[in-house]
Ligand binder design. Structure first.
Ligand code: NI
Length: 129
């Protein structure tokens, strides 16, 4: 089997290619997982992913990750640039971002960013850039 030579992927260059918010853009794939970039601002929506853990790496801005434990209690974590948070499968979460926030996401190819819910915000065909 041929081994194509990979090229460097520049995250800033990729971020400059789109302005839409809450629309993940796929920049790489490996092992059935996708690496995505998204610009996010304001509140997303409460959701969970039944079968997938989800990694967020904050690149710019600030993300407040709201989470609800099994007792229904609200928890918040602030995620700053250079920090990651991993949301385990099944956990209810709701990202809220300051203007100018960008994140790198790492999750299985099948993951819908709104979880199982099809919402106005759900982007089914996430663009590849
Ligand atoms: Ni999620």
């Amino acid at each position: 089997m041929a081994h194509p030579i990979p090229t460097t992927i520049n995250i800033d260059d990729k971020l400059a290619q789109f302005t839409s918010t809450w629309t993940p853009h796929i920049i790489a794939e490996l092992n059935g997982q996708q690496v995505k970039l998204a610009k996010v601002e304001g509140e997303f929506t409460w959701h969970d992913h039944a079968d997938e853990d989800e990694l967020f790496l904050v690149l710019t801005g600030r993300l407040t990750m709201q989470m609800r434990d099994d007792a229904g209690e609200l928890h918040e974590q602030i995620v700053e640039p250079g920090e990651i948070i991993v949301i385990p499968r099944g956990l209810q979460h709701n990202p809220i971002a300051t203007p100018g926030t960008s994140v790198l996401l790492f999750e299985p190819s099948a993951t819908k960013h709104t979880g199982e819910k099809m919402l106005e915000r759900t982007v089914v065909d996430q663009p590849r850039i």
